[in-house]
Design a protein around this ligand. Structure first.
Ligand code: ZN
Length: 404
């Protein structure tokens, strides 16, 4: 992470940004250590797992217990009296990321509430080729902290089927995962100074942190490259937009959005000057347009600016109301218009948070198209004679005055 921060600072300086700096962020410090799991009865076989970020470990002796296999939280509640002393396996169906991720985040405390000693979940992915998927979890304050790990879809299914047949599978789980308290990390920020309104900011972003498995090229190496690449393109073309183009490479998104909240705290006094905040955190796949979290008149205005950029998109191109991202979320909720970079995520969750999220998943042609659309939107808004932030208020005023 330290090296990534240094790389980001160096890259922005080399690209010719007018100013580059870092801002401290207090973040949780967690380490995985070694981890393994094995089915010990009725058959012996190794399980492929990835512990959840922020999970506690098992202790040096590991945990060996019978599996209580369920599909859902409701099923666990119905069988709560069987959970005592067991390892609960959630073989939850894939219902899209937003719904399915609840088992990863809340599975440990849901099972600990009924006396379970550990939790295994089916990896949060729609399509698996034998890779476990990690990601953060959370403990409730009022339940024991038990370890939680994700199995591959394949291993979760196998254990589940053994349990369904009444064969009472037993698993030995060993995890060295440790929470070490807090440490300091940094957001990296670089500005290309606006020629007329340097105080007004068009913010482009991705997050610099990643999971320790794979190299996280899609999540979110792509967003880091796209935000930097878009700014570089504006510099290389000597475009000098009216407003400042700012690139923020956030830290610690994965552990709970710490970089984004720290940015809000550090920049509260200048939020009015943030014209727009764009985040790219869905990988670099075929560009589909943008989602906009703002006033409907702003969305209309942005649509007019962004529609021509669809010429570099291979297929569908739309600008519509929708979310922006975890990192810009705090400033967007505080009133800054937010934009999410929309791409075709059909295959994003195949590799997300797994050892399969590596550089060869990045298509250079698609990456270039994404750089072009983000640079295009950033330049259009930064050089727009009309300030995006003035649009809704102008109309609101005119409504009060009875209009024109
Ligand atoms: Zn991400």
């Amino acid at each position: 992470m330290k090296k990534a921060i240094e790389w980001s600072v160096r890259s922005m300086k080399e690209a010719g940004f007018d100013s580059v700096w870092t801002e401290p962020v207090t973040v949780p410090y967690w380490t995985r250590g070694n981890e393994w799991a094995r089915c010990t009865s009725p058959l012996e076989f190794d399980l492929h797992l990835s512990g959840m970020g922020l999970s506690d470990g098992t202790g040096p002796d590991g945990i060996e217990a019978e599996i209580l296999a369920v599909r859902t939280f409701d099923e666990l509640e119905a069988r709560a009296d069987e959970a005592e002393g067991k390892i609960v396996l959630f073989n939850q169906p894939w219902e899209g990321y937003g719904k399915t991720v609840r088992y990863r985040v809340g599975g440990a405390s849901a099972a600990a509430r009924h006396g379970a000693v550990a939790v295994l979940i089916r990896s949060v992915t729609g399509r698996s080729l034998g890779a476990p998927h990690t990601g953060m979890m959370r403990y409730d304050d009022d339940t024991p902290r038990i370890p939680i790990a994700a199995l591959t879809v394949e291993d979760a299914g196998r254990l589940y089927r053994l349990a369904q047949r009444g064969l009472k599978p037993v698993v030995k789980l060993y995890m060295e995962a440790t929470n070490h308290g807090e440490t300091t990390s940094y957001n990296v920020i670089g500005d290309i100074r606006g020629r007329e309104h340097p105080e007004e900011i068009v913010l482009l972003s991705g997050h610099l942190d990643s999971w320790d498995v794979g190299t996280c090229a899609q999540d979110d190496g792509a967003g880091v490259a796209l935000s930097l690449g878009a700014a570089q393109l504006i510099l290389q073309q000597d475009l000098h937009p009216r407003r400042t183009v700012r690139v923020v490479h956030f830290t610690c998104e994965e552990m709970g959005g710490f970089g984004g909240r720290a940015y809000l705290e550090a920049h509260r006094f200048e939020l009015d000057q943030h014209i727009l905040a764009l985040e790219s955190d869905s990988g670099s796949f075929a560009p589909l347009g943008f989602t906009v979290d703002a006033d409907s008149l702003m969305i209309e205005h942005l649509s007019r600016l962004a529609m021509p950029l669809g010429r570099v998109a291979p297929g569908e191109w739309k600008i519509h109301k929708g979310g922006s991202g975890v990192d810009v979320g705090p400033i967007v909720r505080a009133g800054v218009p937010g934009v999410g970079h929309r791409v075709d995520t059909t295959h994003y969750f195949d590799v997300h948070h797994s050892l399969a999220d590596t550089f060869e998943k990045i298509d250079p042609d698609i990456l270039a198209r994404n750089v072009a659309v983000i640079a295009g939107l950033a330049f259009s808004v930064a050089d727009d004679p009309v300030s995006l932030r003035s649009i809704s208020s102008e109309i609101a005023d005119s409504t009060v005055d009875g209009g024109h």
